[in-house]
Write a protein that binds this ligand. Structure first.
Ligand SMILES: [Zn+2]
Length: 265
């Protein structure tokens, strides 16, 4: 936003200034650092489409990305509150929806849900999270704790709100999929179902990999507590958030795959 202040004349009254700022926010601006991450993703993924990028600072608007042909507009309004590192992860996640999954428009998500249901939607989202992690791991040396510390920093924006089981399941799926990749370098989207957890202590997993696999696993009450505490956005310290995420990932990973499978490709 540094180029915004440069064009604002100093002799305007506050209301004129506010109006002018509002108009400026409706105009896209460039951000070479953010664009650098997007171009890096394209070259890493081997995508040659000549995309162009514009950023809009609209914190109250409910959109994150809008493609218009090859021009892709991003709303970076959450960056000020959630932190730039967190925003970069969100931006890459959104861009993966467009350039890899062919679902850059809100309407695409709606049609996908109509055709294949809520499960397909969550699977697409979890896969975009996993791909985001792999991109940052392979290009910027991120590991699970670093990635989850940044997610923890964004909790102030995304961690609160009403309890919704689908949101919790999606977030737990992301955690387990990323943890599993960290340990094995194998891409697996690990879908979760939390419905029976309070009834019979069973967490149901549907693992989408080379072979799909169904795993109902027993989860001890103390680990259940940790899972719920984390998913409810009650941990505000990002480092502690990452520590607890890692603990949960480790416990469940070993229940599913066992110690012997850790190094198997
Ligand atoms: Zn998404």
């Amino acid at each position: 936003m540094e180029n915004l202040t440069a064009v604002v004349p100093s002799n305007l009254c506050p209301s004129q200034l506010q109006r002018m700022e509002k108009n400026q926010k409706n105009k896209g601006f460039n951000n070479p650092t953010r664009e650098g991450y997007l171009h890096k993703y394209l070259s890493w993924a081997g995508i040659n489409t000549p995309y162009q990028f514009e950023f809009y600072d609209a914190p109250k608007a409910d959109w994150l990305m809008r493609p218009h042909g090859n021009l892709v507009k991003f709303n970076c309004g959450i960056a000020a509150k959630a932190g730039e590192s967190f925003y970069i992860l969100v931006m890459i996640h959104e861009f993966i929806h467009l350039c890899q999954q062919n679902m850059g428009h809100k309407s695409d998500v709606m049609y996908l849900k109509d055709a294949f249901g809520e499960f397909a939607m969550r699977q697409i989202d979890t896969e975009a999270d996993l791909e985001t992690f792999i991109f940052f791991k392979e290009n910027y040396g991120y590991d699970f704790p670093k990635f989850y510390t940044i997610l923890g920093e964004g909790q102030s924006v995304f961690g609160s709100g009403k309890a919704r089981s689908h949101k919790y399941e999606r977030n737990l799926s992301t955690l387990l999929s990323i943890y599993s990749f960290e340990k094995t370098n194998i891409r697996r989207v690990i879908m979760t179902d939390l419905k029976t957890l309070p009834l019979d202590n069973t967490l149901k997993l549907f693992i989408v990999g080379r072979f799909h696999r169904y795993d109902p696993i027993y989860v001890e009450p103390d680990i259940q507590q940790k899972i719920l505490y984390l998913l409810q956005g009650k941990i505000s310290d990002p480092v502690y958030f990452a520590y607890e995420a890692s603990f949960i990932g480790d416990k469940i990973f070993h229940k599913v795959f066992g110690a012997t499978l850790v190094t198997k490709k």
